[in-house]
Ligand binder design. Structure first.
Ligand code: NAP
Length: 583
C-alpha cells in the first residue's frame, strides 16, 4: 500500500507516487530574507499533464532566482501566477535538479519511469502557435523559467516538469554535481553557440567575464571544447589557477584597471581621453595574455553597466558582445562610433532552448564539462544556502542541495569518459560584489504596459521653481556668462534669442569649453558656441515627480519652466534636494 507521505531521503518504491510530499515553500505573508521566506511544509504532490513528467528529486541546484522569489521583489511570482489563473498561494522554487522519473504523461515518449535525469529550466506551451510553426521556444510568449516563473520547482521531493526538459544524467557525476550545472551551462551554450555567424568557432578568442563564477566557469569550458581560446576575467590573482585548470589561456585581474563604469560624455575630452587610456591599457593586457595582438571575437558579458563600454571597445571588428544579465546595472553606455564603424554586434541572450540545452548536456555526458560544484548542502540547509547568496557570502562556482539523496557523493554509476583535472577554488573564496537581480524580468510589451502608479505628494513645478529667468544673449562671451553665474550664485544661464529660449550654458559646458584652450581663448568664446542647444522645458503645472524624471532621463540638473509657452523660471535639482530636506 502506498504511504501517504515519505520522509526526506526515504525513497518510495520506483513509480510509486505518494499523495503528499515534503517541500520548502515561499508564501507572500513571509516574503523577506531567505531564512524567513522559506519554510518546510507538506503539500499535495502535483498532478501532471499529458506532456509532463514527475521526477523524484535527488538533488537541486541553487540559483539567485529564488532569493528574489523569497523577497517578493521585483516581482511577486505567486501573485503573478494567481493573476494568470493558477490557484496555489505558495511558490516551490528550484530551477536545477537531478533525479529519477517516477511518472510520465500519456504523450511522453522520450523518457520512462526509472530514467535518471537532469532538467533544464525552460518551459513553454507546446501548443503555442509560434513553437508549432517551428519558432525558437525562447521567443515564445509562453516561455517561462521553471522553478521561478513556474511553481513546483526542485526544492521538494517531487518536481513537475515538461518532458522536453529532461536530459540524461551524466553517469560519472554524483547527484549534487549533476544538479548544479544545467542552468548556467545551457545559458552559456546559447550565448556562445546560438548566434549564427558570430557563434564561437575554432581559433576564436573569447573574453569571459566572471571566469570563476557560475556562468563564466561553464563558458571557459565550452569555448575550449569548441577549439577556441578563452581569456578569463576575475577580481583576484587567487582565482587564476582555477580558471586556467578549466581551460583559460590566461587571466586578467579586473582590479588592475580603474576605467570601469558608464562612458564619460563624448564631449568631455579630458574624461574621454582618460577612459581611452584605461581601455587601451586593458586591450594591451589582452594581447599580453594571448601572446599576440588579437582582439576577442566574442565577449561573454553579464556584469553589464560597468563593463559593457570596455567589452564593446575591445571586441574585434565584426565580432559580438553577447550579454545575458546586468549584474552591476542595466544602463549600458555604448560609443556608437565603435559599434557602427567596426560593425560589432551587441546581442542579448536568455537561457537556452531544448536543442541547445541537450547540445550542452552532450558535453557533460562526454565528461568534458566540470560542473564546478563549489559547495553542497543538506535539504534542511536550503534557506541557509540562499541566505549566503543573499548576503553575498557564498563561494564562486555552483551550489547544490541534497533532497532525496541520502548523503553527499552518491549517485555516480560510471567512470568519467575522459579524465579531466578537477579545478578547485581558492580556500575561503567568497563573492565580493552584491548579488544580482534575477535572470528573468517580466517586461511588459508596448501593448501590455500597464500604467505605473507612484506615490506623489502632488507638488507642482510651479510650487518650487525659482521665478525669473537669468539669461544671456547668444553672442555674450563666456566671460560675461561666467560673471552672471557667479553674481547670481547659479549653476546655469538660459540663452535667450529674443523671447525664445534656445539653449542653456551650464557650469559643465563651461568647464568642458576650457579644455585644450588658454583662459583667454575660453573667455572669448560665445554662449551660442558652447551652450547645450535645445532648452529642456516643462510647464509650471507639471507634477514635480514628472519633472524629476525628465531631468534624470536626460541626465540634466535643471529645466526652464514655462507658463503659456513663455519661459518664466527655472527648476533645478538643488531645489528638489532642498524640498527633500525640508528647507
Ligand atoms: P556568479 O556566480 O555570481 O558570477 C558572476 C561573476 O561576475 C562573479 O564571479 C564576479 O567575478 C563577476 N563580477 C561581479 N561584479 C563584477 C563587476 N563589477 N565587474 C566585472 N565582473 C564582476 O553569477 P552567475 O551565476 O555567473 O550569473 C551572472 C549573472 O547572470 C547574474 O546576474 C545572473 O542572474 C545572470 N544569469 C542570467 C541568465 C539568463 O538566462 N539570462 C542565466 C544565468 C545567470 P569576479 O569578482 O571574480 O570578477
Amino acid at each position: 500500500m502506498t504511504k501517504e507521505l515519505y520522509d526526506i531521503a526515504e525513497q518510495p518504491p520506483l513509480g510509486i507516487v505518494p499523495p503528499k510530499m515534503h517541500a520548502w515553500l515561499i508564501r507572500p505573508e513571509r516574503f523577506g530574507k531567505p531564512t524567513e521566506a522559506f519554510q518546510q511544509e507538506v503539500v499535495n504532490t502535483p498532478a501532471i499533464a499529458d506532456d509532463e513528467v514527475l521526477v523524484y528529486v535527488m538533488a537541486a541546484g541553487i540559483n539567485y532566482n529564488n532569493v528574489w522569489a523569497g523577497l517578493g521583489i521585483p516581482v511577486n511570482v505567486i501573485a503573478a501566477r494567481n493573476k494568470a489563473g493558477e490557484k496555489e498561494d505558495f511558490h516551490i522554487g528550484g530551477s536545477d535538479a537531478s533525479g529519477i522519473v517516477y511518472k510520465v504523461g500519456k504523450d511522453v515518449t522520450h523518457v520512462k519511469v526509472g530514467d535518471e535525469v537532469v532538467m533544464h529550466c525552460g518551459q513553454y506551451d507546446r501548443n503555442c502557435a509560434w513553437v508549432k510553426g517551428g519558432g525558437d521556444p525562447m521567443y515564445s510568449p509562453s516561455f517561462k523559467i521553471w522553478g521561478y516563473e513556474t511553481n513546483w520547482g526542485s526544492f521538494a521531493q517531487f518536481t513537475k516538469v515538461q518532458a522536453q526538459q529532461c536530459m540524461p544524467k551524466p553517469k560519472h557525476m554524483n547527484w549534487e554535481e549533476a544538479a548544479s550545472y544545467t542552468l548556467v551551462a545551457a545559458t552559456a551554450w546559447r550565448m556562445l553557440h546560438g548566434w549564427d555567424v558570430n557563434a564561437v568557432k575554432k581559433g576564436d578568442v573569447v573574453l569571459v567575464w566572471g571566469g570563476a563564477g557560475g556562468l563564466g566557469s561553464m563558458a571557459i569550458q565550452i569555448v575550449k571544447a569548441a577549439g577556441a581560446t578563452p581569456i578569463a576575467m576575475v577580481s583576484g590573482q587567487d582565482k587564476f589557477d582555477y580558471c586556467m585548470k578549466l581551460g583559460a589561456k590566461g587571466c586578467i585581474n579586473r582590479n588592475e584597471f580603474d576605467h570601469w563604469g558608464m562612458l564619460p560624455h563624448w564631449k568631455d575630452n579630458a574624461g574621454y581621453a582618460k577612459w581611452m587610456k584605461g581601455v587601451r591599457a586593458f586591450g594591451g593586457k589582452i594581447w599580453e595574455v594571448l601572446g599576440e595582438k588579437r582582439a576577442p571575437n566574442l565577449v561573454f558579458e553579464h556584469p553589464g553597466e560597468t563593463t559593457i563600454p570596455t567589452s564593446i571597445f575591445v571586441c574585434e571588428t565584426g565580432g559580438m558582445v553577447v550579454v545575458c544579465a546586468g549584474t552591476t546595472g542595466y544602463n549600458a553606455t555604448v560609443d556608437l562610433r565603435y559599434l557602427w564603424m567596426r560593425q560589432k554586434r551587441l546581442q542579448g541572450s536568455h537561457f537556452a532552448n531544448t536543442e541547445q540545452s541537450n547540445q550542452m548536456n552532450e558535453l557533460a555526458l562526454r565528461g568534458l564539462l566540470d560542473p564546478c560544484l563549489s559547495r553542497a548542502f543538506t535539504y534542511a540547509e536550503i534557506p541557509v544556502a540562499h541566505q549566503l547568496m543573499h548576503d553575498n557570502k557564498h563561494p564562486h562556482g555552483n551550489m547544490a542541495v541534497l533532497v532525496g539523496a541520502k548523503d553527499f557523493g552518491l549517485g555516480a554509476s560510471g567512470k568519467p569518459p575522459v579524465a579531466i583535472e578537477r579545478a578547485a577554488l581558492p580556500k575561503g573564496d567568497v563573492h565580493t560584489t552584491p548579488h544580482p537581480y534575477p535572470m528573468s524580468e517580466p517586461l511588459p510589451s508596448v501593448a501590455e504596459a500597464a500604467a505605473i502608479t507612484i506615490a506623489d505628494d502632488g507638488t507642482r513645478v510651479g510650487d518650487l521653481m525659482h521665478r525669473g529667468i537669468i539669461a544671456c544673449a547668444p553672442d555674450d562671451t563666456l566671460a560675461q556668462v561666467a560673471k552672471t553665474m557667479v553674481d547670481h550664485e547659479i549653476h546655469a544661464v538660459v540663452v535667450m534669442d529674443g523671447s525664445q529660449a534656445t539653449g542653456v550654458v551650464s557650469q559643465t559646458d563651461m568647464v568642458l569649453a576650457r579644455q585644450g584652450r588658454t583662459s583667454e581663448q575660453a573667455r572669448a568664446l560665445l554662449a551660442q558656441n558652447i551652450m547645450t542647444p535645445g532648452c529642456a522645458t516643462c510647464d509650471a503645472g507639471l507634477l514635480l515627480s514628472e519633472a524629476v524624471s525628465l531631468m534624470t532621463g536626460r541626465r540634466m540638473h535643471r529645466l526652464v519652466v514655462t507658463e503659456n509657452g513663455q519661459p518664466v523660471g527655472v527648476l533645478s535639482m538643488t531645489d528638489v534636494v532642498r524640498k527633500i530636506i525640508g528647507e
